[in-house]
Ligand binder design. Structure first.
Ligand code: FES
Ligand code: FE2
Length: 390
């Protein structure tokens, strides 16, 4: 089945769901121990066996479109420097000086072909090569060739840049993300306009990720925002390995698709229904008519915390005043913060109270079930174990 045939199939099913007041369902319910969200040892295992092993998203292509553009941020214990070279390729490096470990690039983003370490003035080109040791006669011998910034793997696909946080992490990118990136590449985000980014603080990374995987909470938690446009508790799930494609029908789906042939359903993304695409372990991508949101959950620093960066991108530079665009990004940040992440912080308190040994995911929360099974699969460290499926 092609990607568009698959979209058509899923949309046809969601129309049936709306007509029959049904939703996609897992075979049974699933319990997950409450301590899976609170235990520091388990959290560390998740970081070591998932976040440091699989390719993780670090930047949009359009955040650093031009030669010399760069971006820095902290991902777990790794300070990252992501640069665009003259030849158009991207580099992902550890932003740590080889002299005495100072942060080399200190701004969140900018355009520079060379970076001078602020501590003693050593200089690096933006490919990470050490070009200058300050006052080298006095310093003594130092091999510049082998002492550049530590390079991490780079995979740039469909407008997104990924890395692996451990320098020697061998991964088969296509095996892990191939199917999902084929889907996402259809959007053509490498040519879109990057609009900006916002930050939200929240609870344990899985509490945050759980919120992107179901529309069961729309009516109660988003009555004045999402629920005005989208059915609550009507979802269809599909997956590429641990990554999910979830269909959410709009209240207007029947009107919007009434005259559309089933083979054209796929053309109506965000005009009748929405897709939420999630990239395991920490990304959610939502294409809305006004603007596209890419939410990136960075776990920590403590197990009960995460920082989420929401990047905004749009096929064209949005019309209107810049103030309007800023206002729109503020609005989305506010919805995520107030209606999802502040709920998440209360959930975290509930989990830490040890009131119930488990939380339970319903048959309707099939995406969450798949997610938690995949987390378990990675923690089990047994590649021969059967891979979880919807
Ligand atoms: S730590 Fe960077 S130059 Fe000394
Ligand atoms: Fe939500």
């Amino acid at each position: 089945m092609t990607i568009t045939e698959n979209y058509n199939r899923i949309v046809a099913r969601i129309i049936d769901d709306v007509n029959n007041n049904t939703t996609d369902q897992a075979e049974g319910t699933l319990t997950v121990p409450s301590k899976a969200y609170t235990d520091p040892d388990l959290w560390q295992q998740e970081m070591d066996l998932i976040f440091k092993k699989v390719p993780v998203f670090v930047a949009l292509t359009q955040e650093i479109p031009n030669a010399g553009d760069y971006k820095t941020f902290q991902f777990l214990d790794k300070p990252l420097l992501i640069t665009r070279l003259k030849d158009g390729t991207a580099r992902v490096m550890l932003n740590v000086c080889s002299h005495r470990a100072m942060t080399v690039a200190t701004e969140p983003c900018g355009n520079k072909s060379r970076f001078t370490c602020p501590y003693h003035g050593w200089m690096y080109s933006n490919d990470g090569v050490l070009r200058g040791v300050a006052d080298q006669e006095k310093f003594g011998d130092f091999d510049k060739q082998t002492n550049g910034l530590t390079q991490l793997p780079v995979y740039e696909r469909g407008g997104m840049i990924f890395t692996v946080l451990e320098p020697d992490g061998e991964v088969d990118f296509d095996d892990f993300l191939g199917g999902m990136m084929e889907d996402i590449s259809r959007l053509g985000m490498e040519n879109w306009h990057f609009c900006g980014q916002r930050k939200v603080n929240g609870a344990n990374w899985k509490v945050a990720y759980d919120g992107y995987l179901e529309g069961y909470h729309f009516a109660a938690a988003h009555p004045e925002t999402i629920a005005l446009r989208t059915y609550s508790n009507v979802m269809q799930f599909d997956s590429y390995g641990p990554h999910t494609l979830i269909c959410f029908p709009h209240l207007a789906i029947k009107d919007n698709l009434a005259d559309v042939a089933p083979e054209d359903y796929h053309k109506h993304e965000s005009n009748g229904y929405d897709w939420i695409r999630t990239l395991f372990p920490n990304i959610s991508l939502f294409v809305a008519p006004e603007i596209t949101l890419i939410s990136q959950i960075i776990p920590g620093p403590l197990p009960n915390q995460n920082t989420t960066y929401i990047s905004f991108i749009h096929p064209t530079k949005p019309d209107g005043e810049n103030a309007e665009l800023q206002g729109m990004m503020d609005f989305f940040q506010e919805v995520v913060d107030v209606e999802d992440y502040q709920v998440g912080l209360k959930i975290q308190k509930g989990l830490e109270a040890n009131a119930h040994a488990n939380v339970t995911f319903g048959r309707n929360e099939a995406g969450n079930q798949l997610f938690h099974k995949w987390v378990e699969w990675y923690l089990a460290k047994d590649p021969s174990a059967p891979k979880p499926k919807l």
